[in-house]
Ligand binder design. Structure first.
Ligand code: AMP
Length: 186
């Protein structure tokens, strides 16, 4: 089972990704996590990525494509994988398509978790108040949502046109949302 998961900040993407990984016994590959561990390991990729990440910018597409190409051929991906945080751009999506075709990997579905923006903003504001995070103000949160939809909308269209996009309502109880995801994958 080869999957992608997308969703705006606060929708609970990480939680659902972990549950899908466990359900299918596949690898969960978060490119943000991979890049952070490259930085920690002081690798050449990490050194290059750090400058971009610290500035809040996207790391160049070639770097990401190289990482993903290597990663999805590792033994823990034989049963399948769930890519999270990737692709973020159309060239990444096109590059991934080529890599997967060359490896004879078939993309089963792209899960797009959706939620009412106001609801997400309320949720994140509350989380900010509970945890004391200063960047969880309504304005900054709304800005992050806007950036997500601006950056991701073309990707959703890309996958919708290929017939693999599955929209899933991301509001509700954790287990209910997982059930919805599993239902659309059937
Ligand atoms: P994340 O943990 O997914 O929010 O990613 C943290 C940072 O890693 C992002 O702000 C980017 O700088 C970088 N990053 C992660 N995934 C990608 C990607 N697919 N393309 C480019 N940069 C990425």
């Amino acid at each position: 089972m080869k999957l992608l998961i997308m969703g705006p900040p606060g929708v609970g993407k990480g939680t659902q990704a972990g549950r899908i990984r466990d359900y299918f016994d596949i690898a969960h590959l978060s490119t943000g996590d991979i890049l952070r561990s490259e930085i920690e390991a002081r690798s050449s990729i990490g050194t290059e990525a750090k400058t971009y990440m610290n500035a809040g910018r996207l790391v160049p597409d070639e770097v990401l494509l190289k990482i993903v190409q290597e990663r999805i051929t590792k033994p823990d991906c034989v049963k399948g994988y769930l890519l999270d945080g990737f692709p973020r751009t159309i060239p990444q999506a096109e590059g991934l398509e080529k890599i997967m075709t060359d490896l004879d990997h078939k993309l089963a579905a792209v899960i797009s978790l959706t939620a009412d923006e106001n609801e997400l903003v309320n949720r994140l504001v509350k989380r900010g108040q509970d945890s004391g995070r200063s960047d969880d103000t309504p304005e900054i949160i709304r800005n992050r949502q806007n950036i997500y939809w601006e950056q991701t909308a073309p990707l959703l269209d890309f996958y919708r046109s290929k017939g693999v996009l599955r929209d899933v309502d991301g509001l509700g109880k954790i287990a209910e949302i997982t059930d919805r995801i599993l239902n659309v994958l059937k």
